[in-house]
Design a protein around this ligand. Structure first.
Ligand SMILES: Nc1ncnc2c1ncn2[C@@H]1O[C@H](COP(=O)(O)OP(=O)(O)O)[C@@H](O)[C@H]1O
Ligand SMILES: [Mg+2]
Length: 385
């Protein structure tokens, strides 16, 4: 079911946790709220679920207005048909897996045969069919989170909301479960709001990502759009870009951006064709976008440096490369098919102009995307909303 959030505001006393937030989530769409801790992700989710009363705005789920500050509408959580999964497992340890999942259906006094059928179906969906009779206290963290998911899904919610559901799991399990979650979401065509501070998780699970800062949405788009074109250096850094330098930049005669990193005289060319206003610009380059060589090519975008630290990471090798001015590049080179360098080696690092971004350090104060607008909702059409 479609969700429309209009002019949402949430204040805790004098503190504003959500400021004039506008967002539309299409029927069957998976939107991830992504941002640093404290940016208002959980608050937004709790407002949709009815666990928090906003100070202003309107929230519509399907055709039902579930909250409207002006009209005095505020449906309780159990009238919103929203399923929720949290970071903590919230599974009843003294019950079996089956009993945990069946619990709410029993409260609804459904016939035993129907309960059995629905629980069995949903346990198969989350990969727990073998564990129906196991005591919940004997499950691993990943299995407990599957139970929590099954317990939400068995209620057939029109919207599923997940708040950092994988944060307590170890890395490999997290990777696997995130793929499974995406499979389930696509299979059921379930409208999903997923909250995380983890960019990888957001990229893997989202049709669209709403990037939040200070209670506002500062960027909205598909994972590739956000990855390729962050709107500020601080967002780029948050998304894993580790080479961020102060720079001065201008538009060339040919309409492309040329930058000079503070303290160096190497001109850096970018294929970027616009330059944000403001003086505080940053040059941003991803670690994996450098090519390394033992000799200079003498072309553009080339830095000479010395390897200070190397770190083997399996599929890549990470180098800290010190430049003449004392600054450092963080570089990932593939393990296979690339030359290996050792500590103290001299090398030249180059980057293609299409992989250089010159961005404002921060989005302007008060920058707030209206994520209901069609230009911010390209994906909505693709998912048929
Ligand atoms: N009950 C509350 N009372 C006062 N401040 C709160 C309360 N809940 C959250 N906040 C504040 O609101 C901001 C947003 O919180 P939250 O939505 O939990 O962030 P996130 O989920 O993105 O980490 C934070 O600064 C947090 O400290
Ligand atoms: Mg949170």
């Amino acid at each position: 079911m479609k969700i429309v959030i209009e002019n949402l505001q949430l204040r805790y006393g004098k503190f504003t946790a959500i400021e004039n937030l506008n967002l539309e989530i299409g029927d069957g769409e998976s939107v991830v709220l992504l941002g640093k801790s404290g940016c208002g992700k959980t608050s937004t989710m709790r407002c949709i679920a009815g666990l928090e009363e906003p100070t202003a705005g309107r929230i519509t789920i399907g055709d039902t207005v579930v909250f409207d500050a002006e009209a005095g509408i505020n449906l309780p959580p159990n009238k919103r048909n929203v399923g929720m999964v949290f970071q903590s497992y919230a599974v009843w340890p003294h019950m079996t897996v089956f009993q945990n999942v069946a619990y709410s259906l029993k409260l609804q006094k459904l016939p035993a045969a129907e309960i059995k059928q629905r629980v069995t179906e949903v346990l198969a969906l989350v990969g727990l069919q073998e564990f129906a009779q196991r005591g919940a206290s004997l499950l691993s963290g990943g299995q407990m989170q599957r139970v929590a998911l099954a317990r939400s899904l068995v209620m057939r919610p029109s919207v599923l909301m997940l708040d950092e559901p994988l944060s307590n799991l170890d890395a490999r399990l997290r990777d696997n479960l995130r793929v499974e979650l995406r499979e389930i979401q696509l299979k059921l065509g379930l409208t999903t709001v997923y909250v995380t501070h983890d960019q990888q998780e957001a990229f893997a699970l989202a049709d669209r990502i709403a990037l939040m800062q200070g209670g506002r949405i500062v960027q909205m788009g598909g994972p590739t759009d956000i990855y390729d074109a962050p709107v500020s250096a601080s967002i780029a850094h948050f998304l894993g870009v580790s080479n961020v330098f102060d720079c001065q930049a201008s538009l060339d005669g040919d309409g492309q951006v040329t930058a000079k990193v503070a303290g160096t005289d190497v001109p850096v060319r970018s294929t970027q064709r616009t330059l944000a206003g403001g003086k505080d610009l940053k040059l941003c380059i991803r670690s994996e976008d450098f090519a390394l060589s033992r000799a200079p090519h003498g072309g553009a975008n080339e830095w000479a440096g010395t390897v200070r630290v190397t770190g083997f990471q399996g599929s890549s090798v990470r180098y800290a490369v010190e430049l003449q001015d004392g600054s450092e590049l963080d570089i990932f080179a593939p393990t296979k098919g690339a030359e290996r360098f050792g500590i103290g080696d001299r090398l030249w690092a180059t980057v293609a102009p299409e992989n250089v971004q010159v961005l404002p350090a921060e989005v302007p104060a008060g920058h707030n995307i209206d994520a209901r607008l069609p230009e911010n909702n390209a994906r909505l059409e693709e998912v048929g909303a």
